[in-house]
Structures are given as structure tokens and as C-alpha cells.
Design a protein around this ligand. Structure first.
Ligand SMILES: CC(C)(COP(=O)(O)OP(=O)(O)OC[C@H]1O[C@@H](n2cnc3c(N)ncnc32)[C@H](O)[C@@H]1OP(=O)(O)O)[C@@H](O)C(=O)NCCC(=O)NCCS
Length: 160
């Protein structure tokens, strides 16, 4: 049964959310994306060297948190050029529509700004999610992270 305690709701990122978003980021990579990348790649990706710099990045663009009750369970953002930079959902709350709700917010904000399209560099893990949501692959890419080479996909969605 769905109770109000299971409902997912969104709010804007606040400065105090740096650690919660770091925890979601690290766990989503280590426990979910780890099925698609090898341990050395995961170790290189799942690193946050400076929580303060992390917080500055999150606060530098609109960033939204998905909440269940008072617990942050996911986050996303939208840069001024239409780049959706981050999309991470807690391993404890996968497959519940958290990313769907976050993406709907990104699309709404992008339309409001008059953007014609949004784009992202999707992990192997996230590609099926973005395809399901109407994104198409523009290019398969290899990116360097701390000495490791990781595959991802440049994907875009036109906004009608
Ligand atoms: C990709 C991710 C953000 C999806 O989050 P989520 O909250 O579980 O996604 P949702 O529950 O909103 O799923 C929405 C739809 O996408 C589909 N989907 C999500 N992940 C999928 C996957 N790996 N394979 C196939 N379909 C997938 C769901 O089945 C659902 O389809 P439906 O509408 O037909 O039911 C999440 O799995 C994640 O955090 N992954 C690890 C971190 C990562 O790689 N982030 C992206 C960095 S670019």
C-alpha cells in the first residue's frame, strides 16, 4: 500500500545538502553502476575529493533533490546550456520513479528557460533510462577519469 510516507517529492538543493548528495552519488556508482563498469573504473569514478568544491558545483546551477519523507533519495541538475550533468538515485530506492520525477522537473525548468533541447553524458547504466524517456544517442564516448577510461553516451532530447 502506498502511504504518504512513500511519496516522492522534490525540493531545491540547499547548502546543507552537500554530504547527502555525495553519499547518494558514491553509493549509486558503487552499488548500481558497478554492474556495468569494472572495479578500477568504479574506484576512479566514485571519488569526491573536496566536499566544499562539490557543494559549490551543486549550488552553481539549479539542482533538485528527490525526497521520501525527510530522506534525500536522488538528485539532478540543469546547466544553463541545457546540460543535465547529474542524475543519481539511492540504491535503496531504485525503480520507484525517482529519476522520472527528477527528469520531469528538469524538462519543466528547461522549457521555462526556452531551451530547445537538453543533453547528458549517460553512463552505460543510465542509457536505458534516458532512452525510455525519449533521449537519443548522439555519440558513444570514452572519457578519462583519474587514469581510467570509461564509456558513456552523449544523448539529447528535443523539447517540443
Ligand atoms: C539510471 C537511474 C538514475 C534511474 O533511476 P530510477 O529512479 O531507478 O529510474 P525510474 O524508476 O524513474 O525509471 C524510469 C523508467 O526507466 C526504466 N529504467 C531505469 N533504469 C533502467 C535500466 N537500467 N534498464 C532499463 N530500464 C531502466 C524503468 O524501468 C522505468 O521504466 P517504466 O517507466 O516503463 O517503468 C539509476 O538507476 C541510477 O542512479 N543509476 C546509477 C547511477 C548512474 O549511472 N547515474 C547516471 C550517471 S550519467
Amino acid at each position: 500500500m502506498t502511504s504518504s510516507q512513500d511519496e516522492i517529492w522534490l525540493r531545491d538543493y540547499e547548502p546543507d545538502d552537500a554530504q547527502a548528495t555525495i553519499d547518494i552519488f558514491l553509493r549509486a556508482i558503487r552499488e548500481v553502476a558497478s554492474r556495468d563498469y569494472d572495479p578500477a573504473q568504479i574506484a576512479a569514478w566514485a571519488k569526491v575529493e573536496d566536499a566544499e568544491i562539490w557543494g559549490q558545483y551543486r549550488a552553481s546551477r539549479p539542482t533538485w533533490l528527490a525526497m521520501i519523507g525527510s530522506t534525500p533519495v536522488g538528485f539532478t541538475d540543469l546547466k544553463a546550456d541545457g546540460c543535465l550533468d547529474m542524475m543519481f538515485v539511492s540504491p535503496d530506492h531504485q525503480g520507484k520513479g525517482v529519476a522520472s520525477l527528477l527528469l520531469a522537473m528538469v524538462e519543466k525548468a528547461a522549457r521555462k528557460k526556452g531551451l530547445q533541447r537538453i543533453f547528458t553524458e549517460a553512463s552505460l547504466t543510465a542509457r536505458p533510462f534516458f532512452e525510455r524517456k525519449g533521449f537519443t544517442v548522439l555519440a558513444a564516448q570514452k572519457v578519462e577519469k583519474r587514469g581510467q577510461t570509461l564509456s558513456n553516451f552523449l544523448m539529447e532530447k528535443a523539447l517540443a
